[in-house]
Design a protein around this ligand. Structure first.
Ligand SMILES: Nc1ncnc2c1ncn2[C@@H]1O[C@H](COP(=O)(O)OP(=O)(O)OP(=O)(O)O)[C@@H](O)[C@H]1O
Length: 508
């Protein structure tokens, strides 16, 4: 890790940045100095204003007040390309790459080496190899981006920025989609970039990562700077308290539930990416599926939700065969679903918060003869917004105005409100801050204790251990291990997730 850098030159200085949206002050007089060669973590609860501040810096939003200096020069970017020309580069949560092009073509896109007016492929390949070797970002220049795992695609994004001469890199929750091993290699890259004098701004909710790689931390709360900390002199407790304004209890393990009747029974299920899955989930029970991303968990859940055809096998929901039922039929028979991709599948960005919360309620107390009643929709939205702490100016703002974590709270709130006998939930706290994670966990446990069955897929081991009454592990498309709560320790699960486990013995 690089030493604290009071004596280094500032790479980025934000002074008195204020940005207002209708009804919200997202940034309120924020000062932030990031020095050359440091890894600076930007933290804060959902809706604290981190993304807005980075959008202002990167020329995506114009501030209402304040000044920006980059490498000592005052700037006012009108667009991200202006920010890029000044040496900034941003890796967004959803990558901006062309799947059908090769790594080299993506890296040099819009800044191509040319020969006689044509793309010089040889030069493009050489450039990728040089950059990759210089920064420890090994990736095959001829691979098609669409064929690469997420961790390598992220490398391509970073290479692209380096090719364009970025001296300051902004990474927005870069590890949300990475396996622990991919995250470790990303950190090694960031540390090496900082060692060469580049600057990294890391926006993240993960305290362990911040403590492991950053030099300094700035914490935002309600749009203002709540703390400026030197990582070597602080602790997870201090950062969390600055974010939430209170002490935080870490990694709580909730007591086991009291399982009743079988609600979900799956036998011999085959679908794309899943082989011979066998499992049951009972009322009053949370069954967790642990596994490194990409081992069939998402495909299994999609098949159970009715979004992916079942090749063979049988799925029973509350005693009824739903193997070939549509997603809508399954919902009608008592299934709620929180998908992994809350943007593409889970919500309608242009619709209001209230309408998003009412989705799927056309046959419930919110409607009369199939039509939603506006008063009931609003009251329902107000209840859920309060229960889940969704930060929205009013229930009438579009869902697209919510911060990432608040959109996730909205989605979970909506699905729990259906009180369906079975809840399928994937990555429930991805992108969600510490305080909200505890709230969501408490709500899931309360839902279980009210007699519902929950199938939880999570890449966070502490989440699986804290919530699940039984843990299944998926590896290469199969359920390869099953443990009762008290045997599911981190080491055992970690080994099973890496493929080193004895064959499954049913634990019911
Ligand atoms: N385009 C917009 N229109 C209206 N309000 C917005 C808009 N963008 C952001 N906001 C509001 O500004 C506040 C700050 O949001 P921002 O996305 O910056 O938070 P964040 O700290 O990045 O949160 P998260 O950790 O959940 O991503 C929130 O209250 C959000 O609802």
């Amino acid at each position: 890790m690089t030493p604290p850098q009071a004596d280094r030159d500032p790479a980025v200085e934000l002074r008195g940045i204020t940005k207002r949206f209708a009804g919200t002050v997202a940034n309120d007089g924020v000062d932030l100095t990031v020095c050359r060669g440091e890894i600076h973590a930007l933290m804060g609860e959902n809706g604290a204003g981190k993304s807005t501040l980075m959008s202002v810096l990167y020329g995506m939003e114009r501030p209402d007040a304040g000044a920006i200096r980059v490498d000592g020069r005052e700037v006012a970017f009108g667009s991200p390309s202006a920010a890029m020309a000044a040496g900034l580069g941003m890796v967004h949560q959803s990558f901006k790459l062309f799947d059908s092009l090769t790594v080299a073509e993506n890296v040099v896109y819009a800044a191509e080496p040319r020969r006689f007016g044509l793309l010089d492929r040889g030069a493009a390949r050489r450039r990728v190899r040089e950059l990759a070797a210089e920064h420890g970002l090994a990736v095959d220049p001829d691979a098609r981006v669409g064929d690469l795992p997420v961790g390598l695609r992220q490398r391509v994004e970073i290479l692209k920025l380096l090719h364009r001469g970025a001296r300051t890199l902004i990474l927005d929750e870069p590890t949300a989609v990475l396996t622990p091993a991919e995250a470790d290699s990303l950190f090694a890259v960031l540390i090496s970039l900082a060692g060469q004098g580049r600057t990294v701004i890391l926006v993240t909710h993960k305290l362990r990562e911040v403590l492991a790689v950053s030099d300094r931390v700035t914490v935002l709360r309600d749009g203002r700077v709540a703390a400026r900390l030197v990582t070597a002199d602080t602790s997870a407790d201090e950062i969390a308290a600055a974010m939430t304004g209170r002490a935080v209890e870490w990694d709580r393990v909730h007591p086991a539930g009291t399982p009743g009747e079988v609600v979900l029974a799956v036998t011999g299920l085959f679908t794309d990416g899943v082989r011979d899955a066998e499992l049951t989930v009972r009322a009053g029970e949370i069954v967790g599926i642990a596994g490194v991303a990409g081992n069939g968990q998402s495909e299994l859940v999609e098949a159970l939700a009715g979004l992916r055809p079942v090749g063979s096998g049988r799925v029973e929901l509350a005693g009824l065969d739903v193997t070939h039922a549509s997603a809508a039929e399954r919902r009608a028979r008592g299934l709620a679903y929180v998908p992994e991709d809350r943007h593409a599948v889970g919500t309608a960005p242009a619709a209001s918060v209230a309408d998003n919360l009412a989705m799927g309620h056309h046959r419930t107390s919110l409607s009369s003869r199939g039509l939603l009643a506006p008063g009931a929709v609003r009251a329902h939205a107000e209840r859920l917004v309060a229960r889940f702490g969704v930060k929205a100016a009013t229930p009438d703002v579009p869902a697209s105005a919510l911060s990432g974590g608040n959109l996730q709270k909205l989605l979970i709130g909506r699905e729990l409100a259906h009180e369906a006998p079975l809840l399928l939930v994937e990555q429930p706290t991805r992108g969600v801050d510490i305080g909200a994670i505890q709230n969501i966990h408490d709500q899931l446990v309360a839902y279980r204790d009210a007699g519902h069955a929950v199938l939880l897929v999570s890449a966070e081991l502490s989440e699986i251990r804290g919530l699940a009454d039984r843990v299944l592990v998926m590896y290469e498309g199969r359920i390869t291990a099953a443990y009762p709560k008290d045997e599911a320790d981190e080491r055992t699960l970690g080994l099973a997730m890496a493929g080193a486990s004895a064959p499954v013995e049913a634990v019911d």
